[in-house]
Write a new protein. Structure first.
Length: 571
């Protein structure tokens, strides 16, 4: 057994041993659910602040005594002028007590258990900090954000984010300890305590609970000092606080080990899937494909257990399609040579009539392609196989909120069609100028050739005229190549990688029209194109079913895990 597997099992067993019996018996369900380790972390914190993570010890001094010590020490500091007396906090009543406390615990408010030192914070602007020596940590709402040449504090203190989206989305811990010498700006509350154990416990408690009831504002969430002080705290005896913190740290380290193993497992799974599917796509014949497929089919339950693997399978299907390995050839199909002659004749007529601009070859020539295809196929340049390759306007026109003609750009092109949810419009005059050069019609192929989404391709399903930006290429199929077959070719890994390689541009990378025209396309007989498209859609339908079942399974597992966590935390 590998060292990583040993470590992962050790972490799992240790976590199981540390959990409540009800949780331990269903540990696998919780740990393997989507975001399972994150849910385990939440559950550990929830159990900790409810007094269910470590046993109570009747010999501990009750929390009531600790609160008396805190009040006495704060009174002494107030009398000595070291801190100011705060406003009295409201009594804790009714629903503010969300659960029954273990023996020896007490309910208190955050402000009564802590000492606020917000008045000692000093914000320093970025421009001022740039001219100062970088020596001491400079803290903001979520941790260290810079260095500075001085310090305000020289002891361990608890910092709690005062504002920012993190108060709600909790992407990083809200409460954290700062050590040594450091500076704090006005975006983090600075909290001192009378006991070091209390400080670490308060940090744990704040990170365990939802702060939304204490946060104001939506565009800029904020938890001011009054709201912070009003937070209701379930306070254990001091000795139990130390045991809770120690156990949480231990369990979080074990969660780290599980999480690291999960990341490693994901990477290994991705490499395995890529290797096996690449082998499948590289099959030299239909017989080799069938043999390779049988080897994989026995392990599909393991390979296709995550969405990325199903996505990879779909890409493999497209690759097999363009290699001619997905459907059998039929000797009765019209010769592809005849098909090429028809394409050539159609283009000659188009040039003669002026419908097609440019230079027409006297006859289309087959090319040598990057991989072998069936003998009944040929390789053609895309510009030769279709009637037209162009793009939209290179001058961004003034858009209008509504108008007679839609204006389509890359953001509107999706694999399933043209998305009109964010469409804009142009005037009739602008449209006529653009449409004279780039005239998309129903059934044409639209291909994103600029920017991050380069490679997305679809069939135009709009029956009305519209204008396009140059980020989208227009390809008009000829009589010899079906739009739906061409879209599958252009969506395949072969074509995607060929176009993405060596993309030009700096701020925005792009595929040039010259590169699109020169791209090699594998062309089967027309009847076989139809069979290929039908087979691809059949297999993609099965992939959709697999994806739906996987989503349902994960959703069910997640709901069970959440129900289990709620049951354990509330028991």
């Amino acid at each position: 057994m590998s060292a990583s597997r040993v470590a992962e099992r050790a972490a799992a067993y240790a976590l199981q041993a540390a959990m409540e019996p009800a949780l331990a018996t269903s540990f696998d369900l919780l740990a393997t659910a989507p975001q399972g380790v994150a849910k385990l972390r939440e559950l550990i914190l929830s159990l900790a602040v409810r007094g269910k993570l470590v046993p109570q010890d009747p010999r501990d001094q009750p929390a009531r005594g600790l609160l008396q010590e805190i009040r006495a020490e704060k009174g002494r500091l107030i009398a000595g002028g070291e801190i100011k007396r705060g406003k009295p906090l409201a009594a804790i009543v009714g629903e503010e007590r969300p659960f029954e406390l273990p023996h020896g615990w007490e309910w208190t408010r955050f402000g009564d258990a802590s000492i606020n030192r917000d008045g000692e914070r000093i914000p320093v602007s970025l421009s001022d900090r740039e001219n100062r020596t970088k020596t001491y940590d400079y803290y903001g709402a979520s941790g260290v954000i810079d260095k500075i040449d001085g310090f305000l504090f020289d002891k361990t203190l608890l910092l709690i984010g005062e504002d920012g989206a993190n108060l709600v989305n909790r992407s990083t811990p809200i409460a954290f300890l700062a050590h040594g010498k450091y500076w704090v700006n006005n975006h983090a509350h600075v909290i001192d305590t009378t006991h070091s154990e209390l400080m670490t416990y308060l940090a744990l408690f704040i990170n365990a609970i939802s702060l939304e009831p204490y946060v104001t504002g939506t565009a800029q969430p904020k938890m001011n000092q009054a709201k912070l002080n009003s937070i209701v705290i379930a306070l254990p005896p001091l000795a139990e606080q130390a045991r809770i913190v120690a156990r949480v740290e231990e369990l979080m380290q074990l969660c780290d080990a599980l999480e690291a193993h999960g990341r490693l497992q994901d990477e290994q799974h991705a490499r395995l899937v890529a290797t096996l599917f690449d082998t499948l796509a590289a099959s030299e014949s239909a017989e080799a494909l069938a043999e390779n497929w049988q080897r994989l089919a026995a392990h599909f339950d393991l390979l296709l257990d995550r969405p990325e693997a199903i996505d990879a399978l779909e890409q493999t299907i497209l690759q097999l399609a363009v290699r001619g390995l997905l459907v059998p050839e039929d000797p009765a199909d019209e010769s592809v040579g005849v098909l090429v002659q028809k394409i050539n004749a159609e283009k000659v007529r188009g040039f003669a009539s002026g419908k097609i601009k440019g230079i027409v070859r006297s006859s289309l020539q087959s090319e040598s392609g990057p991989f072998a295809v069936p003998e009944s196929w040929v390789w053609l340049r895309l510009g030769d196989a279709v009637l037209k390759v162009t793009d939209g306007t290179h001058h961004s026109p003034t858009n209008v909120a509504s108008g007679p003609f839609k204006y389509i750009s890359a953001k509107n092109i999706k694999p399933w069609g043209v998305d009109l949810s964010t469409v804009t419009f142009v005037t009739k005059e602008v449209h006529e100028e653009i449409y004279a050069r780039c005239n998309p019609e129903f059934g044409d192929v639209l291909y994103i050739k600029d920017g991050a989404t380069t490679g997305v391709v679809t069939i135009n399903t709009l029956r009305e005229e519209f204008s396009m930006l140059s980020s989208v290429a227009l390809i008009k199929p000829s009589c010899g190549i079906r739009s739906d077959y061409l879209v599958r070719v252009m969506a395949s890994p072969y074509f995607y990688n060929a176009m993405r390689a060596g993309m030009t541009g700096v701020a925005i990378t792009r595929v040039t029209l010259a590169k699109l025209n020169d791209a090699l396309i594998p062309l089967p007989p027309l009847a076989e194109q139809h069979r290929i498209v039908a087979r691809v859609e059949q297999l993609r339908g099965l992939c959709a079913e697999l994806r739906e079942r996987l989503q349902q399974s994960r959703a069910t597992q997640s709901r069970l895990a959440e129900a289990l966590a709620i049951q354990v935390a509330g028991s």
